[in-house]
Structure formats: structure tokens, C-alpha cells
Design a protein around this ligand. Structure first.
Ligand SMILES: C[S@@+](CC[C@H](N)C(=O)[O-])C[C@H]1O[C@@H](n2cnc3c(N)ncnc32)[C@H](O)[C@@H]1O
Length: 281
């Protein structure tokens, strides 16, 4: 099945085209940055030997592989992603793990075998559904009754200076992009607990819990932080579209803001997330 060749939504197109290409280009750096958050996610997930696990929006598969090791040879992990370019990286990396398979599909629309999974997880892969109520209802059908859901998503941009500080500096010079519609798919679309609670409740989940998890995200040296934040994040596209003068001024403002945050040659800024836990009811 190759749903990604006919993307059903803009997000799928984005992750198969420029978004996916950019993610692959920076994949090792991004995964290293996200590592401090991974540990808490895996603790909360608590995958047990023999379980069948679905990792939604698995990207390069780093979390799927950790789960495959945790569930052992009697267990099984499916890493699912809508992006062929990103999934190609996952497949090349983890071909040697016999209990791990990668599936190219849209999580919101894939016809899963009903009641197949003991555990559904995701590291930052569930905030991009154009119709999240329907997507989570679809995922719920794939889970056994009582199965665990546990995923990581970002809180608000203004609580995430690792992403927001440099962007705010850039937007002191450049016109900011239009504010997304409330609830529009994107990295911060699951910031509000009430909204996530509503999506999960309507989809058939109970025992919903939120744990705020904050970690310092190490963006590297000042130059590395600038490379990362000019290629990805809220300011990347406006910078590409700006004229030369404005772009240069915005880059100066970003460098100054990040420079003020630099300590001992590294820029480390807070990343604010929810670990969301629930149960298929
Ligand atoms: C921010 S990346 C996270 C990747 C990976 N979980 C990680 O933490 O390294 C989001 C991922 O979700 C995937 N994605 C977005 N919409 C999706 C959908 N509807 N179905 C499956 N995957 C999706 C993207 O292709 C991308 O790989």
C-alpha cells in the first residue's frame, strides 16, 4: 500500500516533500536533541515483553527500535509513518530487528486489523492529523479493549523557548506568518489539555492523564543552533521568503537572542511537553 504517493492531506504532502526532506537532512541532530524527552516517554510507556505495539508517526524509527528491544522476540512493533522519505531511513537503519516492521500509511485512515495492539505510542507524531477526532477513533479501533495509549506532544510555543526564542527575535524584524486557525494541524496543536481530552474521549478513551515534562534541549553551539533554527521551526519559511536586507537583520536578531542564552559554548533552552496517557475503553 502506498497512500503516501497520493497524499490525502496537506500534512501528508508536507512530510513527503520539503518537510520530510528537511527532517531527513537533520535527522541525527534532531533525534539527539529530543533524547532527554525520550527517556520519560519510554518510562511512561512501560512496554512489556510479548506486547504488540504501534508507534504512530515513527519517523526514523528510533523509538520503535527501543520498543522492539523492550517487547522482545515474542512481542512485535509496527512503526507507522505517512512519509516515504523518512521511513526509508527507518527501514535502512533497523532491518536487523526481526520483530519490528515499518508501515507506510496515514494513521488517520489506514484500515488496521481491529483490536490488534496492546499499546499505542507516539513521540511528536499525533499532532498533524487534519481530522484528529476521526483519526483517534480509527486508532482506537486498532487497539484491544483496555490497551494503553501513551504519547508525547508539545505544550504552547511560548513555553518552548528552544523553538520560540529565536523565532520571536526573527519576527521582531520579519512579518510573522498568519496565526494558525485554532486546532489546525501542527506541532503545537495538542498544547491545550481540554482539546486533547475532548479528542480522546470522543474517540473512545478513558483514564486520561497529563504529565508536564520539561527538559533542557541542547541546540549545540551558537552556530549549530542558528543552522537548526534557520532550517526548521517557525522562522524557517519566513526567512526563506524575506528579501536580503530583512533576512540579514532577522539573522542578527536571532543570533543575539540565542547568544544571550549561550552558556559554556552551548545553547540549552527549555522544551515543554505533555506525556499523555489514556486507556482504550
Ligand atoms: C515531528 S516528526 C516525529 C518523528 C519521530 N516520532 C521522532 O520523534 O523522531 C512527526 C512524524 O509524524 C509523521 N506523520 C505526520 N502525519 C502523519 C499521519 N497522518 N500518519 C502517520 N504519520 C504521520 C511525519 O511524517 C513525521 O515523521
Amino acid at each position: 500500500m502506498n497512500q503516501a504517493s497520493t497524499p490525502a492531506n496537506e500534512q501528508a504532502a508536507y512530510w513527503n516533500e520539503e518537510g520530510g526532506a528537511r527532517w531527513v537532512r537533520h535527522i541525527d541532530g534532531v533525534e539527539t536533541m529530543l533524547e532527554p524527552l525520550n527517556a520519560r516517554l519510554l518510562e511512561c510507556v512501560a512496554a512489556a515483553a510479548g506486547e504488540r505495539v504501534l508507534d504512530v508517526g515513527c519517523g526514523g524509527g528510533i523509538t520503535s527500535a527501543a520498543l522492539a528491544r523492550a517487547v522482545g522476540e515474542r512481542g512485535h512493533v509496527t512503526g507507522l509513518d505517512v512519509s516515504k522519505v523518512i521511513l526509508d531511513v527507518a527501514r535502512a537503519r533497523y532491518a536487523s530487528l526481526p520483530n519490528l516492521e515499518f508501515l507506510l500509511a496515514d494513521a488517520g485512515m489506514h484500515a488496521f486489523a481491529p483490536a490488534s495492539y496492546d499499546l499505542l505510542t507516539s513521540r511528536f507524531g499525533v499532532m498533524f492529523f487534519p481530522a484528529p477526532h476521526a483519526a483517534f477513533a480509527n486508532l482506537r479501533r486498532a487497539m484491544k479493549l483496555g490497551a494503553r495509549l501513551c504519547f508525547l506532544c508539545w505544550r504552547r510555543l511560548d513555553e518552548n523557548p528552544w523553538m520560540g526564542l529565536a523565532a520571536a527575535a526573527a519576527f521582531s524584524v520579519l512579518p510573522p506568518p498568519p496565526r494558525p486557525e485554532p486546532g489546525a494541524p501542527g506541532p503545537f496543536s495538542f498544547a491545550k489539555r481540554e482539546r486533547v481530552t475532548d479528542i480522546l474521549t470522543v474517540a473512545g478513551f478513558g483514564n486520561i492523564e497529563f504529565e508536564a515534562v520539561d527538559r533542557g534541549i541542547d541546540l549545540g553551539s551558537l552556530d549549530e543552533a542558528m543552522t537548526w533554527l534557520t532550517n526548521m521551526g517557525p522562522a524557517a519559511q519566513p526567512l526563506r521568503e524575506a528579501n536580503e536586507d530583512h533576512r540579514a537583520q532577522a539573522l542578527d536578531a536571532m543570533r543575539e537572542a540565542l547568544g544571550n542564552a549561550e552558556r559554556n559554548g552551548r545553547v540549552v533552552l527549555n522544551g515543554a511537553t505533555w506525556v499523555v496517557k489514556a486507556q482504550a475503553s
